[in-house]
Design a protein around this ligand. Structure first.
Ligand code: PLP
Length: 396
C-alpha cells in the first residue's frame, strides 16, 4: 500500500495551510485570539451578481458535463476581455477553461515536462510550482530575485541567463508576484520574454494577480506580438473576482497547444464545473466592484506598510501588486538565533499572529523573510502588527 510513486519522496507537503493548522491548535489549547496574515485569498464574499448567475444556471438545469475546453461563450468572453484590456487578438479556440489556476499550471507542466527537464523558477516563488515539477520528474532550477529595501524585488537578468542549459524546458514567471507582492516593471517583463524567445524556451506566465495593481503599469506577456511562439499564459477567477472556492481558471496558448490541453483535461477531470462557468460569464460585468475591492486593498497595504515600517529589526518594501508584503527579518533572526520557520511558529504560539515563513516559497532568499497577507480588515491589520511589534521588542 505504501509503495508510492518514487517522485513523491521529494515533495515536502509543506504548504501555507500548515501554519493555519498550528494556529487552530493554539487557539484551542491556549485560547489565544488568532490574527491570520497567512491567507492567500480576498476576504470578500463573491459579488452578488455572480452568485445570482450561478443560482440561475442551476435552476435552468445547467448541470451536465460541458466540453473539456469549457463553454464557448466563456472562452469567447475571456478572449474579448484580454483583447480589450491589452489591445491584442486572442481567439476563443486559444483559450481553455480549467477548474482553477492550479489545474491550469498542472496541465501545462504535464504537457511539457519529460524526466530530467530543467524548469527555471524564481526564488522565491509560489510553493506549488516546484512540487509539481518534481512530481513529474522535472528538476526545479532557481533564479534569484534581487532585493533592496528601497527598490523591493527585481529580476536578476544575468542570473536568469546563467541558469539556462541545454536541458532547460521552461521558465516560470509570475507577475504580480507571490510571495513578494512585486509588480515587475514592463522592462523586466520584456527581458524575460526576450530570454525565452531567444533561447526557444517555453514561458509559463502566471498572471493571476493581474488586477491587484496599486502603482505602476501591469505589462502582460500576452502583449508581445510573437506570444504564440513560446507562451503558456495562466490566469483565473479566484483572486480578481474573489471566487477561490468556485474553482475556475484558464489558459491561453496557441491553438494546437490548447487542443493537447483539452485531451489531457478530458482524461484527468473531464471538464470544469458547468454552472460555475455560467456564473463566470457575469463576473466580467462586476469590474466596478473589483475596482472598489482593489482600492480597499490599497488602503490596507498602506496601513500595513506604515505600521510594519515602525518596527525596529524589520525591513519592508512597499509592494505594488498582489496582496502580500514580504518583509526582511534577518536582524531579528540573528539576535534571536531562530530560523525563520521557528520564528513564525513562535509568533503564532505567543501572540496568535499567523505569518508564512519565507522558506515555504522554496530555497534561499525566503530564509530571511516572512509573508504577510493584507487581505484582512484594517483594524485587524493594526492589531496584528502591534502584536508583532510587542513580540519583536520582547526578543530584541
Ligand atoms: N498562482 C499563484 C501565484 C497563486 O498565488 C495561487 C493561489 O494562491 C494560484 C496560482 C492558484 O489559484 P487557483 O485558486 O485559481 O487555483
Amino acid at each position: 500500500l505504501l509503495d508510492f510513486n518514487t517522485n513523491l519522496s521529494q515533495i515536502t507537503g509543506e504548504t501555507t495551510l500548515l501554519y493555519k493548522d498550528i494556529a487552530r491548535n493554539v487557539e484551542k489549547t491556549k485560547r489565544i485570539k488568532i490574527i491570520d496574515f497567512g491567507i492567500g485569498q480576498p476576504d470578500i464574499v463573491t459579488f452578488k451578481r455572480i452568485r445570482d448567475a450561478a443560482k440561475e444556471a442551476l435552476d435552468q438545469g445547467f448541470t451536465f458535463y460541458t466540453s473539456a475546453f469549457g463553454i464557448e461563450e466563456l472562452r469567447e468572453k475571456i478572449a474579448q476581455y484580454l483583447n480589450t484590456r491589452y489591445g491584442i487578438d486572442v481567439k476563443k479556440d486559444e483559450v481553455i477553461i480549467t477548474p482553477g489556476a492550479k489545474p491550469a499550471l498542472f496541465l501545462s507542466f504535464i504537457l511539457y515536462i519529460n524526466p530530467g527537464d530543467e524548469i527555471l523558477l524564481p526564488d522565491p516563488s509560489f510553493y506549488s510550482y516546484a512540487e509539481v515539477v518534481k512530481l513529474l520528474g522535472g528538476k526545479p532550477v532557481y533564479t534569484n530575485l534581487k532585493w533592496s529595501r528601497e527598490e523591493g524585488f527585481f529580476i536578476d537578468v544575468d542570473d536568469l541567463q546563467s541558469k539556462i542549459s541545454s536541458k532547460t524546458k521552461m521558465i516560470v514567471f509570475n507577475n504580480p508576484h507571490n510571495p513578494t507582492g512585486t509588480l515587475f516593471s514592463p522592462n523586466d517583463v520584456k527581458k524575460v520574454i526576450d530570454i525565452a524567445r531567444e533561447n526557444k524556451i517555453i514561458l509559463l506566465s502566471d498572471e493571476i494577480y493581474d488586477n491587484f495593481v496599486y502603482e505602476g503599469k501591469m505589462k502582460s506577456t500576452l502583449e508581445d506580438a510573437d506570444w504564440r511562439d513560446y507562451l503558456i499564459y495562466v490566469n483565473g477567477f479566484s483572486k480578481t473576482f474573489s471566487m477561490t472556492g468556485w474553482r475556475l481558471g484558464y489558459i491561453v496558448a496557441r491553438r494546437d497547444v490548447i487542443q493537447k490541453m483539452g485531451v489531457l483535461a478530458a482524461n484527468i477531470y473531464t471538464a470544469p464545473t458547468s454552472f460555475v462557468q455560467k456564473a463566470a460569464l457575469k463576473a466580467f460585468d462586476t469590474f466596478d466592484e473589483v475596482n472598489e475591492m482593489v482600492k480597499l486593498f490599497k488602503r490596507r497595504r498602506d496601513v500595513m506598510y506604515n505600521e510594519l515600517s515602525k518596527i525596529k529589526g524589520i525591513q519592508v518594501s512597499k509592494p505594488n501588486g498582489a496582496f502580500y508584503m514580504f518583509p526582511n527579518v534577518r536582524e531579528i533572526l540573528d539576535v534571536s538565533k531562530l530560523d525563520v520557520k521557528s520564528l513564525a511558529i513562535k509568533l503564532i504560539e505567543e501572540k496568535g499572529v499567523v505569518t508564512i515563513p519565507g522558506e515555504v516559497f522554496p530555497l534561499n532568499i525566503g530564509k530571511d523573510f516572512i509573508r504577510l497577507s493584507f487581505a484582512v480588515n484594517e483594524e485587524v491589520i493594526r492589531e496584528g502588527v502591534q502584536k508583532i511589534k510587542e513580540f519583536v521588542e520582547e526578543m530584541m
